[in-house]
Design a protein around this ligand. Sequence first.
Ligand code: HEM
Ligand code: MG
Length: 304
Amino acid sequence: NQTMSIPQSGILLEHCKFGIFIEAMVNNCKDYSGLKDGCKKFVNSLESLQKEYPNEKLGSVISFNHNVWRSLAGNDSAPELKPFRQIGTAPATQRDMFIHIQSLRFDINFSLALAAIKAFGTSIKVAEEIHGFRWVDERDLSGFIDGTENPTGEKRPLFGLLPQTDKDAMGSYVLVQRYEHDLEKWGKISVEDQQQMIGRTKKDSVEIDPSKRNTTSHVSRVDLEENGVSLKIIRQSLPYGDASGVHGLFFIAYSAKLHSIEKQLESMFGVTDGKIDDIITGLSKPVTGSYYFAPSLTKLKSIF
Ligand code: HEM
Ligand code: MG
């Protein structure tokens, strides 16, 4: 009789307002005791903040790259996990570990991020920390609503988490890619053409019929099926950046199958059929890229 696994709290959350994204390297790849201790302290801080602020949807996810996860959990767990490699013009900057924090409040997120830095101490070195925010109407900085076709409710665990029957029950594969937008270039494109490029209308996010939108439109590139099975993923991306400087979308996806994420990337970046996503041609470019695996909270606690 198997016990039920519990997923990490940040994976399925919907409509959070702020996010903090920390990618880090692990300092000593021969001794993981500091890292394990950090995970334990971090989860304690998370749980006490969740108790203190029960209505703010505070959630977090710790995930690990291929090497670190193999060392922590052995070769049987997360069979699809591998290092991110360059796909077309999408660069690989694979880091060791990713900490994702989100909630309705930036101040609480920041408290948890400080707790994370303290908990992990010298066991990690932060490579990049990005603060994301939900923009008006849940729009990306392109002006288009982001998340319309994200699975909701009970469909979320179906696409986002490995099933309770799996060896990696309630675990999830993760893609992290930071995109930098060129809003000046994007702003010179007519709204009509922008809609063709995204595949939905700008104001209300109504889908444009597949026969009437660009085959290179973003939706045509990523709305994929294989043998009648949808390759949907859970997106938790948020806009980030400075008004006067670098800004864009911090893209994150959680998925029960790494395969679904990778098929979408191959379709966007010309590997599938030579076609490049209109978002890449006209709006944005990825500047980082990593794959991780987020074990269930149950599994994470078992390796402390
Ligand atoms: C849909 C924006 C990157 C996967 C959308 C939509 C927008 C959007 C506006 C339509 C509304 C919605 O359904 O959410 C962006 C921007 C990106 C980006 C601005 C980067 C600059 C990516 C990447 C992936 C991806 C890298 C996958 C690896 C999806 C999926 C959908 C979607 C699966 C829903 C398709 C459907 O089933 O209709 N995105 N996206 N997006 N995007 Fe992206
Ligand atoms: Mg569709």
